[in-house]
Design a protein around this ligand. Structure first.
Ligand code: SF4
Length: 356
């Protein structure tokens, strides 16, 4: 069974975004080298789906493939389905049209994406005038409403300001309002809170949750921060070496992780309830899709690797409430008790160790 077979829902109604068997190559010294491989998942209306993993795992390349923002010379194949269309096979012109209007994007550093010479008003109204055909005054009125909806006070004053006059959190709200201004089908949030302080991070995450509830917004939430993903995501896909290695609904990966990589990522998180001299680390370094070893890409770092892991490529298979890519997934590889609701498996482990 392939990732495409188990991860896609072409048969299901009401899917905003579907990826099926998406593989993306970048050009390096005239050769095409893979950066993501056979990636498949879906996002329904009003859902927030998390894409998590270490740097280099392929999360951002997945987002860039969806948004049509690949580096020059890169090639993507498979299905990026939005509505009835596969964005990887439509004409370039049509792809730009769809991606400009139906996909909103927010990034880690809003300053890098907002022209410092433009007042907020220009940033906010340009997309609405181009994609929705609104007049200047209509776009302006809608921009003020949107700035207010994302929690910016004095929206009319903000419209007159330049980016340098706003804090990082305020700018990220402007980015979100700008992304929503063309009424996209989906918002791609690529490490959108990483550059912010923790209080502002919490506010932006709460804002995305509110927009989902109020507007039925679909979000692909890309992050290396599992705690943030835990707060907001309905489903989480874990990526390693350009492939999805685990997918779970709700808090599944936190309560009962199935893949050794997920398990170790969770164990490496700081935990205020568990006092340790040193945080556990995952040995070795992350690998990319193009440098992945044979067999399971995680085998050089895996505590549970056996000889077969070096030669057998693990398929993504259905296992107790999720999907996992591990040839030992059916075995009981670790023994701590399952976590209670609202608690992670590693917290349970910590409490047990502390005698709690
Ligand atoms: Fe570890 Fe083997 Fe499973 Fe890969 S297939 S995660 S190396 S146990």
């Amino acid at each position: 069974m392939t990732a495409t077979d188990v991860m896609t829902t072409s048969a299901l109604p009401q899917v905003t975004l579907t990826l099926e068997g998406v593989t993306t190559y970048v050009r390096m010294r005239k050769l095409l080298r893979p950066v993501i491989l056979d990636v498949g998942f879906f996002v329904r209306p009003g859902e927030i789906v998390g894409l998590v993993g270490e740097s280099g795992s392929g999360k951002s390349m997945t987002a860039r493939t969806i948004a049509g923002a690949l580096p020059r010379g890169a090639v993507a194949e498979g299905v990026v389905g939005l509505g009835e269309e596969n964005l990887l096979t439509v004409s370039r012109r049509r792809r730009r049209e769809v991606q400009g209007k139906q996909i909103g994007m927010i990034f880690q550093d809003p300053k890098a994406y907002i022209d410092p010479l433009w007042r907020v008003e220009v940033h906010m109204t340009e997309g609405m005038r181009v994609h929705l055909g609104l007049s200047k005054s209509e776009a302006r009125a809608r921009a003020i409403d949107l700035l207010s909806a994302v929690g910016l006070d004095q929206p009319e004053r903000r419209m007159r300001q330049f980016p340098e006059e706003l804090s990082g959190g305020m700018l990220q709200r402007v980015m979100i309002a700008g992304a929503l201004s063309v009424e996209p089908s989906i918002l791609l949030a690529d490490e959108a809170t990483t550059a912010l302080d923790v209080t502002t991070q919490a506010e932006i995450v709460s804002l995305l949750g509110r927009l989902r509830a109020e507007r039925g917004l679909s979000v692909l939430f890309i992050t290396h921060d599992l705690a943030l993903a835990d707060q907001i995501c309905d489903r989480i896909c874990v990526m390693y070496a350009g492939r999805i290695v685990e997918v779970r609904e709700g808090r599944g990966i936190f309560e009962d992780p199935l893949h050794p990589y997920t398990k170790d990522l969770l164990a490496a998180r700081p935990n205020i309830r568990k006092r340790v001299a040193r945080l556990p680390v995952i040995k070795g370094t992350p690998t990319s899709a193009m440098d992945a070893p044979s067999g399971c890409a995680f085998h050089p770092r895996c505590r549970f690797a056996v000889e077969a892991c070096t030669t057998t490529f693990p398929q993504l298979t259905a296992v107790s409430g999720g999907f996992v890519r591990c040839i030992r997934a059916g075995e009981q590889l670790w023994s701590e008790p399952r976590a209670e609701k609202g608690q992670t498996a590693s917290e349970t482990e910590g409490n047990s160790a502390a005698g709690g």
